[in-house]
Write a protein of this length. Sequence first.
Length: 635
Amino acid sequence: MQCTNCAAEVPVRKKFCGQCGAAVARRCPACGAANLVPNKFCGDCGTKLRGDSPAVVQTVRDSRPVERRQLTVLFCDLVGSTALSARLDPEDFSAIIAGYRSCITETIDCFDGFVARHHGDGAMVYFGYPQAHEDDAERAVQASLALVQAVSSLPTKEKLSARVGIATGLALVGDMSDSAVSEEHGILGDTPNLAARLQSLAQPGGVIISDRTKTIAGPQFEYRDLGKVEIKGFVKPVAAWQVAGKTTVTSRSHALESGDLLPLIGRDEEMELLLRRWERAKSGEGQVVLLSGEAGIGKSRLTVALSEQLAREPHIRLRYFCSPQHTDSALYPVIGEIMRAAGFAHDDSPQAKTEKLDALLAQSSTSPQDGALFAEMLSLPPSGLYPAIEVEPQLRRQKTLNALASHIETLERINPVLMILEDAHWADPTSLELFARAVDLAVSHRLLILVTFRPEFSAPWIGRPHVTALTLNRLTRRDIDSLIEGVVGTRSLPARIRQDIIERTDGIPLFAEEITKAVLDAEGESDAQRTFAGAPTPVVTVPASLQASLMSRLDRLGPAKDVAQVAAAIGREFPYTLLAAVAGKPEVELNSALDRLIAAGLLFRQGTPPHASYLFKHALVQDAAYSTLLREPTR
């Protein structure tokens, strides 16, 4: 395709024109709007973008105002590049740098990061801008591990290695052309400085991250404590961690199983229903429970509590974790469950994995033919145990689904089976097809299927006699108070701050838990009191652990995000007339944006414009929208 700015040819999947720097975009098949390549949904109408949508190239200078954002910033550089440039012919060195930069871009693309700039042998990457994801910190760490591996594997005569530093924190980011610095996608703040300093401390092939990044990324990675290190430009020593690799934990939902959990609060009725469905399933009358609720409402916590209740009963538990990074990866949650059940380790050889798989399948007397399909699904090479299967892709897919369904039936004959599909809103189509078969099986088998998902997912099995729909509601004020008490423990929390937390978190247990922890982690009571004093304080009011999740909701709004920001500056509740006066948008555009905010579940409306009033569904969503604004426009 050609760049419409300079007419240069732009390779497929590239984000920017290599000649003029204009940003590559692709047309929405529904409304025709141009969208940047990393985006999966249209920013104007919400339609899912196809990879083959006609591409265009456009400048984005006017579309990226400066915002306050929590970002995870990744710095990467090529180790020993100075010596390499002195030893090689300039053209040879240039070819190496070109391959190295291409490797960075392609690797970062896989994790939906944004390569802000290349400078010499270094690169700066944003996670959380221009599109936030609720797992930006995890994506950054995963990308760094993939990146150092990819650089070391580049097919060059010279052995190359990279090193990476990552930091998470508040920054100003956007088009800085109106300030002292003139650049697009510029960034100001100590977060990029810290990432760059941490990168300089890393060994070749190493990854060093900040304490905040480590806290947010959580137990999906192994870390080595480097203690507090002196870093140039920072008054106090900074805690640093080396990333040693991945753990067997695949998601935040999975992490709950091994974490320190508060007692289950306010879900007695829901637990009783699940236990009744389990009793019916054990008798051969299989059951399906569709557990829905908004993010942070406690769906995963309830599934863990059910597993704890059944721990002493003879049964087989199969737990499948979907991921926002693998919505197009066929059978991703199924593969993860099999790998965990077989006991795969990251450093296992293919032969060791094959032997572990064979031991697992032997427990259910799986046929060699089905075993070969399992091995292929797990990307294991053909072996004496499981030779290669020569069939057409579509037939292989059906045979694999048949083998998986047969495996579930075999397990059910041994013991009752509890199947849990976590976060079905991120499930790939093939996994959903497998669960559709399992739902059919459940009618006459000792099988309880528990599917968790957010409201945007439309479960296709509602209405069948053995299917129960269960929606989790927000907790009562008394329940939230009990939860806060569990977090506080023996520490002290002033009653006024406790009440403010109850008000601000709107009955969402995750919000209440995280914001209570943030307040307790403040250096003193005066800091804690400032958390809730006056206008929202963007650094403290929305804990770092929730920033990415809330911002990802706002970034998906397209033009409606601007309206959400203006509304947030007015207050949690606001009349249509005041918003119209302040927003300065045409009536049709304003009404469309408000409809989008309501459809996204961010606003409630009472009445009809122009006599309507609106309320942010969550105070923390209002805080997150407000926090992106610079101080000057809010005055």
